[in-house]
Design a protein around this ligand. Structure first.
Ligand SMILES: C[S@@+](CC[C@H](N)C(=O)[O-])C[C@H]1O[C@@H](n2cnc3c(N)ncnc32)[C@H](O)[C@@H]1O
Length: 181
C-alpha cells in the first residue's frame, strides 16, 4: 500500500513537471518560480523608469511582474510563438499591456540598447553568446540571472534561495559600470 502511494506521488510530480516543460529551442521552457522572480527584480532595484528586457521570456512572468509591481516598462523576447501569445494574453489579464511588449524573436538578434535591466534564465552557453550584446548596455544597467553565470564576468552579488525539494536557486547580479568588460 505504502509503495503504491509513493508511486502515485512520484507520477504526479513527474506529470506536473512535464506540463511545465516545453522543448522548442536549445534552452527549454522552465518558468522561474514567483518568489525567485520577485527577488531578481528586487536585487536589480527595478523602478518605474526602468526598461526590463527578459531574454527568453517564457510565459512573460518577469516582464509582467516588473510592470505590475514596480511600474516599469518591459520587453519579452521569446522564440516560441505559443508562449508569446500566452504572454500577451496574460499581460491583458493583468492590465499591464500598455507597459509591456512581447516579441517573437531569436534573442541572439535583439537590440538591447533601450534596456536598463536584462533578466536571464538561460544556459551558460547561451549567456556566453549574448556577451557581445550585453557589453553594449549603458553604464548603470543591471543584468540579473537565475541559476546560470556569465562566463568571464564577475558578479556584483550572488544570492542563494531555498526552493522546495530538489532545487536551490542561485541569483547572479551584475552592475554595468561601463568600459570594463
Ligand atoms: C528557462 S526558460 C525561462 C523563462 C522565463 N524567462 C522565466 O524565467 O520564467 C527559457 C526560455 O527561453 C526561450 N528561448 C530559448 N532559446 C531562445 C532564443 N534563441 N531566443 C529567444 N528565446 C529563447 C525558451 O523557449 C524558454 O521559454
Amino acid at each position: 500500500m505504502r509503495v503504491s502511494k509513493l508511486a502515485l506521488v512520484l507520477a504526479l510530480v513527474f506529470i506536473t513537471g512535464c506540463a511545465n516543460l516545453r522543448y522548442y529551442a536549445e534552452v527549454p521552457y522552465v518558468p522561474s518560480p514567483p518568489e525567485v522572480v520577485d527577488r531578481m527584480l528586487e536585487l536589480a532595484e527595478v523602478k518605474k523608469d526602468d526598461i526590463v528586457y527578459d531574454i527568453g521570456s517564457g510565459d512573460g512572468r518577469i516582464v509582467i511582474r516588473a510592470a505590475k509591481k514596480h511600474g516599469a516598462r518591459g520587453v519579452g523576447i521569446e522564440i516560441d510563438p505559443e508562449l508569446v501569445e500566452r504572454s500577451r494574453a496574460k499581460a491583458k489579464e493583468e492590465r499591464v499591456e500598455h507597459r509591456v511588449e512581447f516579441r517573437h524573436q531569436d534573442a541572439l538578434t535583439v537590440d538591447l540598447s533601450p534596456a536598463t535591466v536584462v533578466t536571464l534564465y538561460m544556459f551558460p552557453e547561451f549567456n556566453a553568446k549574448l556577451r557581445p550584446l550585453l557589453r553594449r548596455l549603458k553604464p548603470g544597467s543591471r543584468v540579473v540571472s537565475h541559476d546560470f553565470d556569465i562566463e568571464g564576468w564577475s558578479p556584483t552579488t550572488v544570492e542563494r534561495m531555498d526552493g522546495g525539494w530538489l532545487h536551490r536557486h542561485t541569483i547572479y547580479l551584475w552592475k554595468i559600470e561601463g568600459g570594463d568588460r
